[in-house]
Design a protein around this ligand. Structure first.
Ligand code: TIU
Length: 235
């Protein structure tokens, strides 16, 4: 095994990857989904529970940065003129505040607004990718596929919110594009814990039909101690 080879204890069997070709993907850890008054709350959800993964994600992110692994942050966001928001998405449901409407954190789910910012605990740093995605999946209407290919990334570790919506959609999109994907079980959360659990179960069923699942401790244990052995430079 090269110094960059990782073997992560996972379901349904160990996940093997090379640090230099693996990215940590943090899906939509933005105020819209984590704080009252945002998009998640406007849909009728109690958003307080999803913040529980923040300490775990902070530890994982710090370790991944220490190992010089690529970090990819996504934000679900729309252009100010909503040209990238299908009416079907904007008009779905009976929310009091819809996408583009002004709420306590600015316009709901609109790029650049206060509510659209990633929470400070996980703020991106230089060299980390930030993908603005108008859909649930991170590949839909973004340049993510082209950038991953250019960077030689073949393996993706998925975290963030919500497990069964944007995380699962992105993981399925990645799986269909040929990426080997692992879901970090305690670094993802749903407004419905039973949906988180069901998503984890369905991802790993049938021999890993969508990919692998592992707790963050298993990822941390696989990282070289004190390593900065990931990519030699930012892509
Ligand atoms: N509503 C819900 O659970 N999620 C979303 O609308 N977006 C994401 O999951 N990011």
């Amino acid at each position: 095994m090269s110094a960059n080879s990782l073997q992560i204890s996972a379901q349904p069997y160990p996940f093997r990857c090379d640090l230099a070709h693996t990215a940590l993907v943090i899906i939509d850890m933005q105020r819209d989904f984590l704080e009252p008054g945002g998009f998640g709350a406007s849909l009728g959800n109690d958003v307080s529970g999803v913040r529980a993964i923040l300490p775990t994600l902070q530890i994982l992110l710090a370790a991944w940065r220490q190992a010089s692994g690529l970090v990819i942050h996504t934000r679900e966001s729309h252009l100010p003129d909503l040209a990238d928001c299908p009416p079907a998405k904007r008009l779905r449901g009976e929310a009091p505040l819809r996408i583009g409407d002004r709420g306590p954190m600015g316009r709901i789910l609109v790029r650049g607004e206060p509510g659209n910012q990633i929470v400070p605990e996980l703020a991106p740093i230089d060299g980390e990718w930030q993908i603005e995605k108008p859909g649930k999946g991170a590949f839909h209407a973004t340049d993510l596929q082209a950038r991953l290919q250019a960077a030689g990334i073949t393996h993706l570790l998925f975290t963030g919110v919500t497990t069964e919506v944007c995380v699962q959609t992105s993981m399925r999109e990645a799986n269909d594009r040929g990426y080997e994907c692992l879901l970090v079980t305690d670094a993802t959360e749903s407004y419905f814990p039973q949906f988180r659990d069901a998503t984890i179960a369905m991802v790993v069923a049938q021999g890993g039909i969508v990919g692998w699942a592992a707790a963050s401790n298993a990822v941390l244990a696989a990282l070289p101690a004190g390593s900065t052995s990931g990519r030699s430079n930012a892509v």
